[in-house]
Design a protein around this ligand. Structure first.
Ligand code: NAD
Length: 496
């Protein structure tokens, strides 16, 4: 769909899917007391039920049985691929419906949903569909008279948990590789943004996915999410969310069946800019987008600018100019480019971190407060803080808001040292025209992804994503994500 077809719409016209999604149909179960608000204006959008442990058990049992009945795990991989490709095509065909649903219920403006989020979701599923018959385990060089195999097989039921910041694409990163590898999935979306994932599951059934092979359960993390992680028939866990929750999930996965867990967690990513980075405006535009995209509510948000002294003043001024153009708007208006914060709680967290940083000596170059006159929505001004150090809250903590800190360095080693973080290692940007310097920095940085002379993801799904240190364990995307949804059986056959 091209940009000309994106138009304003009435959020009241958007149909909300309801309940949980089990065995191929919406089902009730639990009190419908999880109220979901529209981030743009804070008004009540709808509600979903809070699934308890029995409901989770029903979904997992259903997925387990659906695997047996449908033989999804034993079907020719190309048949699985065909169904997943059809799912991706349906996602594209329903782009407007899905995009509007996502726009009204999440922080993503309709423009971003239609042009980026929905096609990105469809293409990620297509990428994993293509993996279905491209991976073959190993034939092992064993002694004569025997055949040694390393035979991959799916785990069975994968328990997946997603965050609120990119509901659709996060669901595709979990479901795509797990389903392509022959698993069933029970997915719990964030209680803040459950609706688009339910619609995604409806489309999967229309595409021919056997009923029950993808089930969605709604509920809170500490109850529904935890019950899913602990369920004995869930053999692998795939989680995206904060580092604190990831630690709980890892511990529960270990204590309840020693399940492997892919954990995609938080970040505090540096943008390391050397004096030979090239055109200042072009670099400034990258830095500006890196911390204001989705109002900073992105795991890989590049929120720590670390810049060499000779260009520091000019670059910071250019970044401030670039972000000055951003205006808040309702997510259902076609012209909106700047996202609201998800809710009042997140708004408090962002503002408190800025206030605490100021109290610790930071200076506000621009922003530092909310846009005014935005009704019930919380739109935070793009904020740039200078005179900070490693102990400043905004440098140390993942804020998940549009806040950039600026630190200045003189030589390469100092810049690389400042780019390091004691907890996180998710992503990093390196900006320099000197190839040797780019490679030295890339090697030195403890980050799961390093972008050189760019910042942000592309449709190159072959590039895995995942964090080092406190930012996670394992990879989403890439061949690695597909392989992580398979376990390997060692087989030795004597034939003489
Ligand atoms: P969160 O950790 O609060 O919640 C994530 C999900 O986990 C939600 O569905 C929640 O209900 C569930 N949950 C909460 N407690 C649980 C528990 N005890 N057991 C099982 N599930 C539980 O995170 P959030 O606020 O929704 O998302 C923002 C965070 O996600 C940020 O830290 C961000 O960096 C991270 N994130 C990481 C990536 C990545 O690829 N590394 C991508 C997107 C977001």
């Amino acid at each position: 769909m091209d940009m000309n077809t994106i138009s304003d719409f009435d959020p009241g016209d958007v149909r909300l899917p309801g309940g949980h999604f089990i065995g191929g149909s919406p089902v009730a179960g639990g009190q419908w007391d999880i109220e979901v608000n529209r981030p743009s204006d804070g008004l009540l959008l709808g509600a979903v039920p809070d699934g308890d442990a029995d409901l989770v058990d029903r979904a997992v049992q259903n997925a387990h049985q659906a695997l047996q009945d449908s033989g999804w795990d034993r079907r020719p991989p190309r048949e699985r691929a065909r169904i997943l490709r059809r799912w991706a095509d349906l996602i594209d065909e329903h782009s407007l419906t899905l995009g509007r649903l996502e726009a009204v219920s999440s922080t993503r403006p309709i423009h971003d949903c239609i042009l980026h989020e929905v096609p990105f979701t469809a293409e990620a599923i297509r990428f994993f569909a293509e993996c279905a018959d491209k991976y073959s385990g190993d034939l092992l060089p064993t002694r004569g008279g025997s055949l040694g195999l390393l035979a991959p097989e799916p785990y069975g039921v994968v328990g997946a948990i997603t965050p609120w910041n990119f509901p659709l694409s996060m669901a595709s990163w979990k479901c795509g590789p797990a389903l392509a590898a022959g698993n069933a999935v029970v997915l719990k979306p964030s209680e803040l943004t459950p609706f688009s994932t339910l619609y995604l599951a409806e489309l999967a059934i229309q595409a021919g996915l056997p009923a029950g092979v993808l089930n969605i359960v709604n509920g809170y993390g500490a109850s529904t999410g935890s019950a899913l992680v602990r369920h004995p028939l869930v053999r692998k866990v795939s989680f995206t969310g904060s580092t604190a929750t990831g630690a709980v999930v890892m511990s529960e996965a270990a204590h309840h069946g020693m399940k492997p867990a892919t954990l995609e967690l938080g970040g505090k990513s540096p943008q390391l800019v050397f004096e030979d980075a090239g055109d200042i405006r072009e670099v400034a535009s990258r830095i500006a987008k890196g911390f204001t995209s989705n109002a900073g509510q992105a795991c890989v948000a590049g929120t720590r600018l670390i810049v060499q002294r000779r260009i520091a003043a000019a670059l910071v001024e250019a970044v401030a100019e670039a972000v000055a153009e951003l205006r808040p708007g309702l997510t259902w208006q076609a012209a909106t480019r700047y996202a609201p914060l998800i809710n009042g709680r997140q708004a408090d967290k962002v503002h408190e971190a800025v206030q605490a940083s100021i109290a610790a000596g930071a200076r506000v170059l621009t922003g530092g407060d909310f846009f005014e006159g935005t009704g019930g929505g919380f739109f935070y001004r793009p904020t740039i803080l200078t005179e900070v150090d490693a102990n400043t809250p905004a440098v140390r903590d993942e804020i998940f808001g549009p806040v950039l800190t600026v630190q200045v360095f003189d030589d390469e080693d100092e810049g690389i040292a400042l780019a390091g973080h004691p907890v996180y290692g998710l992503a990093a940007g390196v900006h320099t025209q000197d190839l040797g310097r780019a490679l030295r920095a890339t090697r030195a940085l403890a980050a799961g992804t390093v972008w050189v002379n760019r910042y942000g993801r592309t449709h190159d799904f072959i590039v895995p994503t995942g964090g080092f240190n406190g930012s996670g364990v394992g990879k989403d995307l890439g061949r690695q994500a597909f392989e992580a949804n398979l376990r390997h059986k060692s087989v030795l056959i004597d034939f003489d």
